[in-house]
Design a binder for this molecule. Sequence first.
Ligand SMILES: [Cu+2]
Length: 117
Amino acid sequence: MTNNIIKHRIFGPVALAIAAIGFASAAQAEECNDIHEIEITHVFTPGDAYAKPGDCFHFTNVHNIEHSAVGMDREFNTGILMPNGTAWLRFDEPIVIPYVCGVHPLMTGVLVVEEEE
Ligand SMILES: [Cu+2]
C-alpha cells in the first residue's frame, strides 16, 4: 500500500494521493482559500509556515535530489518528492505540526494553521 502511494506520487501528475492520516487533505489549487508556498532545498523555506483553516501549503522540491515532508506524529506524509516534485496539503482545522524530511531528518519545519485574530 505504502509503496503504491509512493510510486503514484513519483510518477503521477501533481500530487494527489497523499498518505494523509487524520488531519491533512490532499488538495488541488482550486480547493485552497489561499496558497502558502514552501520551497525545499537543503532546508524548508520558510521554516515556519503560517496558514488559516481552508488554506493550502504547496511544497515544491527545487533541489537536485529527492526530499519529503513528514509530520512528526505522522499527521501527513508527502511521500518522496523528486526534483521539481510538488505536494499540496490543506488543513481545515487549527493545528501546529512540526515536520521533518523523511530522507534527511535534520531538515525540519513547522506548519501553523490558526484562525484569524
Ligand atoms: Cu531532504
